[in-house]
Design a protein around this ligand. Structure first.
Ligand code: ARG
Length: 455
């Protein structure tokens, strides 16, 4: 492609470090769509004859079908996807192919291809998150009023409802989804026509190509258009936060599916066995999802590091943007699909959840609140009295509702039998009617809101 200036070809090592075709072949479709839009625009502007543009656009479709059919021979000597496609186009349509690169550069070409690719991944993530939210809603609806322990410090804190816990993740994944949507809106500007860095002297119509490729508008500064990758970084940042949420949820599934908890049973379809211990059913998918954030965050850090300190405009460093994003996108899509499948298939064990709900003196706060409400005690005093009652129950090896009224009155004489009502876990959750609280009525309202939003 640059034989005019060069007497010798590259060293094999040079070729090896320089070539990106090994991975940027994944941009083939975007490259061809972008080139077809460019050719049509050149013809519309009278820069290219209709005949040449027609031949180029047809020929590009042939190249695409060869690539998709697996018959295309990629060449490392041709460096990257852009030159591989153009060289093959020349074999198919002849000299006209040489006119396609008028008024553009590989710099705006790759920036456009990569944007199109990342934009698709934003959509994939948005769809994957929607499906996961739907699976969570299904779980929440089935057990909107099932009681379970809520934890802080992974110590039993207060009873909550299963539906409430599921809906907490719906909120998190909804924010992830909106992060991808925000980023998608911001990134949807077309670099094509920025050419190498300065724009072009040809009378191109950048609005036409932008529109043809589904962008909202052409990018307004040619230097910026070819030299930033912040759209990919925003994708990776959103992906990293999403992977963090997935990791937290995966950790809960690992804990909950253990013999010690038995809060959930994962389906056989999303579990594995042990080659030596016949009794084992392992939550491998959850463990892998828990781990995947390592790769996604790694990609995020790697690309930020590549971009940091780069002077404007394009530098070859930026070829290092792709593999990271490709791997992160594959990883995220798989993790979202696996989590969705696991959540959809899992069975929450209502009895085990309920049995655990009352353990660990989980209604101690309800008792303290009762002392405040009924006996008009200052909360700090109520906290103290409740602490003494917990200590008493702990010494006796029983739960709070198992203490007799006489035992309670031994700690505070004003306590009445009325108190037992608030010591039950169902009353406890039902009483938490504050907006966003764990009461089944509140949870059902949130489920309805989200079902409408997703419909
Ligand atoms: N393969 C290159 C990349 O991914 C394409 C752009 C090459 N541009 C250049 N001026 N050498 O960044």
């Amino acid at each position: 492609m640059w034989g005019g200036r060069f007497a010798a070809g590259p060293d094999a090592i040079m070729e090896a470090i320089n070539a990106s075709i090994g991975f940027d072949k994944r941009l083939a479709k975007q490259d061809i769509i972008g080139s077809r839009a460019h050719a049509a625009m050149l013809a519309a502007q009278g820069i290219l004859s209709d005949k040449d543009a027609g031949a180029i656009r047809e020929g590009l479709l042939t190249v695409l079908s060869e690539i998709e059919g697996g018959t295309f021979e990629f060449s490392t000597a041709l460096e990257d996807i852009h030159m591989n496609v153009e060289a093959r186009l020349k074999e198919i349509v002849g000299e006209a192919a040489g006119r396609l690169h008028t008024a553009r550069s590989r710099n705006d070409q790759v920036a456009t291809d990569f944007r199109l690719w990342v934009r698709d991944q934003m959509d994939t993530a948005i769809d994957g998150l929607t499906a996961l939210m739907q699976a969570l809603l299904g779980q929440a609806e089935a057990g909107a009023d099932w009681v379970m322990p809520g934890f802080t410090h992974l110590q039993t804190a207060q009873p909550v409802t299963w539906g409430h816990h599921m809906m907490a993740y719906v909120e998190m994944f909804a924010r992830d989804r909106s992060r991808f949507r925000d980023a998608r809106k911001r990134m949807n500007e077309c670099p094509l026509g920025a050419a190498a860095l300065a724009g072009t002297s040809f009378p191109i119509d950048r609005h036409m190509t932008a529109q043809a490729l589904g962008f909202d508008r052409p990018a307004a500064n040619s230097l910026d258009a070819v030299s930033d990758r912040d759209f990919a970084l925003e994708y990776l940042s959103a992906a990293t936060i999403c992977a963090m949420h997935l990791s937290r949820m995966a950790e809960e599934l690992v804990i909950w599916s253990s013999a010690q908890f038995r809060f959930v049973t994962l389906s056989d379809r999303f579990s594995t066995g042990s080659s030596i211990m016949p009794q084992k059913k392992n939550p491998d998918a959850a463990e892998l999802i828990r781990a995947k954030i390592g790769r996604i965050l790694g990609a995020n850090v790697a690309l930020l590091t590549v971009m940091k300190g780069l002077p404007l405009a394009y530098s070859k460093d930026m070829q290092e943007d792709k593999e990271q994003v490709f791997d992160a996108a594959d990883t995220l899509a798989l993790a979202l699909a696996a989590m969705q499948g696991m959540v959809r298939d899992m069975t929450a064990n209502r009895d085990a959840l309920q049995a655990a709900a009352g353990g660990g003196f989980s209604t101690a706060t309800d008792l303290a609140d009762w002392l405040v409400r009924v006996l008009d005690m200052p909360f700090r005093d109520a906290h103290h009295v409740t602490g003494a009652l917990v200590k008493l129950a702990e010494d006796k090896g029983c739960d709070l509702p198992d203490l007799s009224l006489a035992e309670m009155q031994g700690v505070n004489a004003q306590v009445t039998a009325d108190v037992y009502q608030v010591l039950g876990v169902h009353n406890s959750v039902a009483s938490r009617m504050s907006y966003g609280g764990t009461a089944p009525e509140q949870v059902r309202a949130q489920i309805t809101r989200w079902k409408e939003a997703l419909a």
